[in-house]
Design a protein around this ligand. Sequence first.
Ligand code: SF4
Length: 346
Amino acid sequence: MQAELLRWYDRSARALPWRRAPRDPYLTWVVETMSQQTRIDTVVVRLPGFLQRFPDVERLAAAEEGEVLAAWSGLGYYRRARALHAAARVVAHDLGGRWPSDVAGWLRLPGVGPYTAAAVAAQAFGVATIAVDGNVRRVGARLLGLPEPTDDEVRRALAERLLGRGAGSAAAEATRGLAGAADEGASARVAEALVELGATVCTPRRPRCDDCPLRRGCAAAAAGDPTRFPAPRRRARVQPLALHAWWVTRTDADGNERLGLERRPTDGLWGGLHGPPWRGEAPGDGRRLATFRHLLTHRRVEAVVWRTPTPPADAEVAWYRRDEALALGLAQIDRRALAALDEAER
Ligand code: SF4
């Protein structure tokens, strides 16, 4: 099964720029973090700029958090950027610049979850393990013919079939390159090939079983209706949230318009980013400029944009020219609010 999967991977994998051997741990970790909840074509476009600004873990660790958030601007899920920054500091300062080389070591870094830990350990260090994301969970559920397998069941079953007996266990995951260089390379490629297979062949609605290298051992394909696996997960309800943007501007001594922006607390929505104050209430003396709907994973923001002479009483605003504000890295909702301000002033 492994040989068929790797032959398919060599023939059919998308030519993504980071897929070259040997794998650099820093590059692999940044790619895996950026790829979570972000489309792969967006990662291809945004990755070079991030790496140009932070080419290695030392440079990332030495940056201010605001610089990292600015480089992440527009990618959303900013906690990923804050976690990258915090973990870079641990590697650079506490671990003396040495990367963990097993799954347990990666899991100890801030913000690194089971998928990322396994993906980096497999790809950059040849650890014999399987990284289970949504794509691999689907492939595993179908191969096994199980409607609701746990991630651990999927990881162990796939490791046993594709990496050999004992692979995927804690002992194997603590051991780098289990059986020499050839197997080390195979482990790295198997982990990535499964993600690729789930993304391009074993897709949620239209799996292309005729093109699949795992078809011979697939229980769901044999049963005739692979889309029954895995059983659909119950979606969390999307909560509506009414928010009002308070735009306050002033003109500086050089005649430049400056925007009043606050830096948000790190533990809330768009945490750590600069933007206009957003509040649950409208300003009493404001002029309404626009409304729009902004979708987040579990929230539907009904946004109202106001121009108002004074910021909210609890806001600590600082004043920025437009170019300075944009360089800070505004969240997408702030860019939309700024576009509404521009539109109203045209
Ligand atoms: S045979 Fe079909 S259902 Fe099974 S893993 Fe391949 S694409 Fe998915």
